[in-house]
Write a protein that binds this ligand. Structure first.
Ligand code: KG4
Ligand code: ZN
Length: 328
């Protein structure tokens, strides 16, 4: 089954063609990162306009690259929530038009669901039930995923998302956007024991990063530490926090498999520590290209849900919030 996946929820216009679930025929991403860099973050209106410019060319590109014709497409998946509403509209409108013209089914895909299922694409051993941690620019959410893909939220951030915190710390330190890779690079030259930041809400499953963000800004303003030491100490406590919360969650529910997905899961230091310190839990990471926003995870999720007959109506809209995560 040839599936087209379209992703436009934030600042990446992305499309992919996959065959029979895991066979990636083509995957393309147009990243707007350089466009938004000069603003220090994503400007929603600018993102929407660039999606509108790129959506058709990128879909044509993956069709050509996959050496198929547009009529060979059997199924279309598109991210419809959550995300920047104007950005989502571009992908959803385009996908609806294509679906209508080709008379092929359209599956609206929740962005978090897609990030979670991205872990399955390269790991045949990863089948539900499992726990899933989405760590991205917009989310820090821990879910239980049942055998039939029912998603139960275990905990989430009550304020800033972890990726957003990497981005804000990076901005404070004068590094570029997106901040995660910059912090990781600078942290490798720093001493992570220089500053002892605390884990927020230690006895609760929910996450909180806004206090940490303020503490990091205060450390920087004190002029006592190098940017590298601040980066390393911040990155260490961010990862300490994740390990601590996962351990806490596993005290009350059995976690034997955990998938960690979303842009922050690209972080090599985080990958190493979670793999080695979460004993008795098999930790799965998608490859780095599948951690950040991409069309492959959207196509794969659409394919899985089509097989399981999990549909949403063709009249479904784009949503900027993740209220329908329970459904998808
Ligand atoms: O999943 P994603 O591409 O988009 C959202 O759905 O938000 O995640 C983007 C986030 C940004 O906050 C970025 O700074 C972060 O992922 N990120 C990283 C790394 N690479 C990307 N954070 C930490 N370390 C990295 N190496
Ligand atoms: Zn994402």
């Amino acid at each position: 089954m040839i599936t087209l996946g379209i992703e436009t929820s934030c600042d990446e216009t992305s499309a992919s063609i996959i065959d029979s679930g895991k066979n990636i025929l083509s995957a393309k991403i147009f990243s707007q990162a350089d466009i938004h860099k000069k603003f220090g973050g994503v400007v929603p209106e600018v993102a929407s306009r660039n999606h509108a410019l790129k959506i058709r060319p990128i879909v044509e590109e993956v069709i050509n690259d996959a050496k198929i014709s547009v009529n060979d497409i059997d199924l279309i998946g598109v991210t419809n929530s959550p995300g920047l509403i104007g950005a989502l509209f571009v992908g959803v409108s385009f996908a609806k038009g294509l679906s209508y013209t080709l008379k092929k089914p359209l599956i609206p895909v929740n962005h978090l669901t897609a990030h979670i299922l991205s872990g399955e694409i390269e790991n045949d051993d990863l089948t539900p039930p499992y726990a899933a941690l989405v760590i991205s620019g917009g989310h820090t959410h821990l879910f239980h995923v049942s055998k039939s893909y029912a998603f139960t939220l275990i905990s989430k951030t009550i304020d800033d998302a972890i990726g957003e915190t990497f981005d804000k710390v990076s901005k404070t330190l004068g590094f570029g956007y997106p901040g995660g890779p910059e912090i990781e690079k600078n942290a490798s030259f720093g001493d992570e024991t220089k500053i002892n930041y605390p884990i927020a809400m230690k006895n609760e499953l929910n996450f909180s990063f806004s206090g940490l963000k303020t503490s990091v800004i205060n450390s920087y303003n004190s002029e006592k530490y190098t940017k590298e030491d601040i980066s390393a100490s911040f990155q260490k406590i961010a990862v300490d926090t994740i390990i601590h919360k996962i351990r806490l969650a596993s005290e009350t529910q059995k976690i034997s498999k955990l998938v960690v997905a979303g842009g922050v899961a690209c972080n090599g230091y985080l990958r190493k520590r979670l793999q080695s310190e979460l004993k008795n839990i098999r930790v799965f990471f998608p490859s780095k290209g599948l951690c950040t926003d991409n069309g492959v995870m959207v196509a794969y999720t659409a394919y899985q849900f089509f097989n399981k007959r999990i549909f949403m109506g063709f009249n479904s809209k784009a949503f900027d919030r993740d209220e329908n995560i329970k459904l998808f």
